[in-house]
Design a protein around this ligand. Sequence first.
Ligand SMILES: [Ca+2]
Ligand SMILES: [Ca+2]
Ligand SMILES: [Ca+2]
Ligand SMILES: [Ca+2]
Length: 320
Amino acid sequence: MLKFKKFVLLLAITLLSMHHVMAEEMPTFTTGLAQTVNPGLYACSGANARISAVGKIKAKDGTEWIVPANTHFESAVKAADLYNQCNEIRLRRSADIDFKSVPVIDAGGSNIFTAYIFADNYFELYVNGKLLAVDPVPFTPFNSSVIRFKATRPFTLALMGVDWEENLGLGSEQNRGYAYHPGDAGLVAVIKDESGQTVAVTDKTWRAQTFYIAPLNDRSCLKVRGPVRDSSACSMESVQDGSSFSAAHWRVPASWFSPDFDDSDWPHATVFTNDTVGVNNKPAYMNFRNVFDDPIVDADFIWSSNLILDNLVLMRKVVE
Ligand SMILES: [Ca+2]
Ligand SMILES: [Ca+2]
Ligand SMILES: [Ca+2]
Ligand SMILES: [Ca+2]
């Protein structure tokens, strides 16, 4: 009898843990446009400025989702600018950085590091579980940032990347003559020590997981196998009316940025070329090619597997 009870208990635990894994893997789908909860996180009158609105959308199961992402933009420290048309800061080269004007944020440790980041469109940087700074321009114009911090190796880098959107909840924007053009993403980062030596770059050794995939004109195109969230069979076409399309959402783990978080089942990052991301006409990137395209340690653009449909991507790397 005792043996049987033990068997039933083990069976229950197994089923519960299986259910737990399944629940984490399968997305919740929403349909159509989200309700605007913030009409614009940030006002910029600069060239090519797009409104960085935030929305909320309810799924059929009652769950609510913030799109394109639930960020710390309003409360967090904004990263210092390399190039930001909204602030009229337009450095022409990395040698023009006035390091004394870039605050050193304490992430626990004794060495000073410098992070250079360009994101399409938005990032939040954590070191050792501490949110250091966020991208000062959520959507466009394209900007680039520099962050200094104190840490001791090894330390854990965690980056949230958001491909912002105009059609909230639908992963699309007005672009190239279409009202519902799925925008693309990409993020590049370089970390140097105080001597100027590169200690980390974004590359395929990072882990990257997507938590928001849109637009989906057909939900069945999305293949979820364990931690793999593969939307490569989904249409990425621009359309004039994508208002009835769907989106897939997964809950962001509470401590995803912590050094203790186990990212070992997340897929490795996918790397993308400068041409694919399309930075050749963007001075926020091109003025700092000596940093981002250093021939000795060349940083790659990274993202999860789909540069177009994956819109909220968490990336992690331990710097040994
Ligand atoms: Ca930005
Ligand atoms: Ca996108
Ligand atoms: Ca984009
Ligand atoms: Ca590069």
